[in-house]
Design a binder for this molecule. Structure first.
Ligand SMILES: [Zn+2]
Length: 179
């Protein structure tokens, strides 16, 4: 569920929350971040919000984020060893974080369609939010690792090939001390 700013304004009013320019702006900022698949921390959002509201307090940003999570319009992503991040895309999708560069990616998964309704039905819960978190190593960091591990061409002989080249039962000239 992604609400246009007008609907968000109405939702706040309907639930008895004050509609403030700051709240609307934070919601809008989070949506902007979500559109480019960015998952900001509260601190990052605070810095973004300050560009429009130089006097805004960190508490306003934190409280509004909490409210958005409570209303089911945003989710908190809590990966181990990283600060809490926020996702303004409340549509059921998976998040996968790289343990190396900490980048978080969105992954659309058909299998998650309607899963909230199914969980609500099975558990009799009122579901307020969901998290589908995975972690691993992103393609860019995989490549960086590979380049680090791969020795320069011709620098080290492949031990397997050396073994193949030697006649069966014969010890290679260098001798093998590792047996
Ligand atoms: Zn990475």
């Amino acid at each position: 569920m992604s609400l246009a700013i007008e609907e968000f304004r109405r939702l706040l009013a309907d639930r008895g929350y004050r509609v403030t320019a700051q709240r609307l702006a934070i919601y809008e900022l989070l949506q902007e971040n979500a559109r480019r698949s960015h998952h900001p921390s509260a601190e990052e959002l605070y810095q973004q919000a300050r560009e429009r509201f130089p006097m805004i307090s960190p508490a306003t940003v934190y409280n509004t984020l909490e409210l958005l999570v409570e209303l089911g319009l945003a989710s908190q992503l809590g990966f181990p060893g990283d600060v809490q991040r926020y996702d303004g895309n409340p549509h059921a999708h998976a998040n996968v974080q790289c343990v190396s560069c900490k980048e978080i990616f969105d992954v659309e998964a058909d299998a998650l369609d309607g899963i909230g309704e199914r969980v609500a039905r099975e558990s009799d819960f009122i579901i307020l939010g969901q998290r589908f978190e995975f972690y691993g190593i992103c393609p860019r960091c995989q490549q960086a690792r590979q380049q680090q591990e791969e020795p320069a061409e011709g620098a080290v002989a492949c031990p397997e090939r050396e073994e193949e080249a030697a006649p069966a039962g014969e010890v290679t000239a260098a001798g093998r001390v590792d047996r």
